[in-house]
Every structure is written in structure tokens, then in C-alpha cells.
Design a binder for this molecule. Structure first.
Ligand SMILES: C[S@@+](CC[C@H](N)C(=O)[O-])C[C@H]1O[C@@H](n2cnc3c(N)ncnc32)[C@H](O)[C@@H]1O
Length: 287
């Protein structure tokens, strides 16, 4: 979800070297180690309780969208779990869940939530660009504005394909590729003007974090290359009565007219072979 006010122009370009994606992980780690306390203070009200199993900026209940399906008995991985409220809610429904996050500080909140619920949910620290799990370990990999927003998709999507079993589901919410086009960094607002190029979106460098985004066409191409078929692309459109604490009232209203966020559900094909490590054609040399 949006992290903080963004005050300088993001630059959009394709990273040339592996070090650049490592520097993204470093910058994002630094942000989340420092920023998780403020994030939790600001948002825990809308993230917990009966809204633990809800998607995105407007907390659309999973029971309305049905993107994960029944989870009882399933092996589930949450990427960028934060305080692991989603993971704990799915565990309570009978899934075997692993909560995974880059930030030790954010996993500290997850440990507190886990203790409060007397759970033994496994919590693992690492980056979703290199998952510390074997092939075909999970039936479901998901994230709610978690790692998929902050990882290079040319690394995270192949990793998800590798750890999923044939027939397994990857579901995640993140910004829509449209959102960035009309974003004005000077005012930190969505506008009605096209300010950034659509084609070539990839690494979006903000003052605090580095986010990643692709055009719709490039997302679909990447899913297909990694053996996924697209089952759903949900574009959140909140009703006029619904507000989100993540956005100003201005941007909230913008989100009723243009897609600000989207939620993908893709399924790994039954016949797709997993490789030991990511095999996607990177748009830059993998050094
Ligand atoms: C906006 S928070 C969302 C947390 C949680 N999903 C929620 O809704 O509260 C983003 C989370 O993604 C994690 N994250 C960022 N980059 C990551 C990466 N490369 N691998 C794993 N987690 C990452 C951050 O540490 C943070 O906890």
C-alpha cells in the first residue's frame, strides 16, 4: 500500500545489472526497518480483526472476491506478510501457512500477533526475489501490497512459479499500471493529466522506496513465460461511501474513476516444469 508522501519525481527505467535490483532490496529494507512502526500505528485498525482477510487499499473482503478459494489443508506462502494478520486468519481456517517478509522489524509485529493468538505460524525473513524454499512446496502464494510491489517481477514471478505446485495459485494486489501515469510527485496527488510514459514502466524510484510496475501486456507476457494462465484481474472500484485511510479524499475520489489498484489471480499450468532457479528472460543481463 502507499508508504509515505512522495515528494520527488520518480524516475522510470530498466535496471541494467543485478546490483541494481539488490540496491532496490537494500533501500526497501532500510525503509521498512524504519517505517514499519509508523505503518502499523497508522493502519492496524483497518488491517486487523474482521478485516484481516480483505484486499488492498479499500479492504475488499476475500469472501466477496474469492481469489484464494478454500484454503483448508493447503500449503500457503504469504509474501511481504507484515504483521501476518492475513496469514494468521488463513491458518485459523486450517491452512499450513508460512509468513515471509524482508523486514525484521515488521516480522517483530508478526511475532506479537502470533503470540497473542497462541499460534506457531512459521515466520521467515528474506527477499521474494530469492525464496528460501524448495520447488513445488506450496499450493498457494499470495500477497496484499506486499513483496510483489517492491520486487523486480522478472525475479519474483519466476520464484513464485518455482515454489508453486502444478495447478497452484498466485494472487496479489498492487498498484495498477494506470496509477503511475497520472501521479504528480510535486503535489503527491493523482491528476487528470498523463504525466509519465506508459511503455517501459519497470523500476519506479521514489525517495523512500523503489517500487516495480509493468504494463498490462508485459505482466501477461511474464506470467505466460513462467507457465501461468491468467484467471482474473480485479480492478478495485470503491463505492462512493467507502473511504480508505491509505489515501487522501482527493485520491480516493480519483480511484472511483480510474483504476488505482489491481489484484491478479494466476494459475500455474499442470504441465509446467519448475527449474532450480528463475529462468525468465530478463530484460537486462543477469550477472
Ligand atoms: C505495505 S507493507 C504490507 C504488509 C502486509 N501485507 C499488510 O497488508 O499489512 C509491505 C511489506 O512488504 C515487505 N517487503 C518489501 N520488499 C520485500 C521483499 N523484497 N521481499 C519480501 N517482503 C518485502 C515489507 O517489509 C512490508 O512488510
Amino acid at each position: 500500500m502507499p508508504t509515505t508522501a512522495r515528494t520527488r519525481s520518480p524516475t522510470v527505467r530498466v535496471p541494467k545489472r543485478r546490483e541494481e535490483t539488490q540496491s532496490a532490496a537494500r533501500k526497501n529494507l532500510e525503509f521498512w526497518e524504519k517505517g514499519s512502526a509508523a505503518y502499523e500505528r497508522r493502519n492496524r485498525r483497518v488491517l486487523g480483526g474482521r478485516r484481516a482477510k480483505a484486499w488492498g487499499l479499500w479492504r475488499v473482503p476475500e469472501r466477496e472476491l474469492g481469489l484464494l478459494g478454500p484454503v483448508k489443508g493447503q500449503d500457503v506462502l504469504e509474501l511481504g506478510c507484515g504483521a501476518a494478520r492475513w496469514s494468521l486468519a488463513l491458518e485459523a481456517e486450517g491452512a499450513s501457512v508460512v509468513g515471509f517478509d524482508l523486514s525484521r522489524a515488521h516480522l517483530g509485529y508478526a511475532r506479537r500477533e502470533r503470540a497473542r493468538l497462541h499460534s506457531h505460524l512459521p515466520l521467515v525473513q528474506g527477499s521474494a526475489e530469492r525464496l528460501p524454499f524448495g520447488e513445488a512446496r506450496f499450493d498457494l502464494v499470495f500477497c496484499d501490497w506486499g513483496a510483489m510491489t517492491f520486487c523486480d517481477p522478472y525475479r519474483s514471478v519466476p520464484e513464485c512459479a518455482r515454489v508453486l505446485r502444478p495447478g497452484g495459485i498466485l494472487a496479489f494486489s498492487t498498484a495498477s499500471p494506470i496509477r503511475h501515469l497520472a501521479y504528480d510527485p510535486r503535489t503527491d496527488r493523482q491528476t487528470r493529466t498523463l504525466r509519465h510514459e506508459y511503455f517501459g514502466q519497470h523500476r519506479l524510484e521514489f525517495p523512500d522506496t523503489i517500487d516495480f510496475q509493468l504494463t498490462y501486456g508485459k505482466w501477461v507476457e511474464l506470467f505466460l513465460e513462467n507457465g501461468f494462465s491468467v484467471e482474473r484481474l480485479y480492478e478495485t472500484r470503491p463505492s462512493p461511501r467507502v473511504r480508505t485511510p491509505y489515501l487522501s479524499s482527493h485520491d480516493n475520489a480519483w480511484g472511483r474513476r480510474w483504476p488505482l489498484e489491481c489484484i491478479w489471480r494466476v494459475r500455474k499450468g499442470a504441465g509446467h516444469r519448475t527449474s532450480a532457479r528463475p529462468h525468465s528472460r530478463l530484460p537486462y543481463p543477469d550477472q
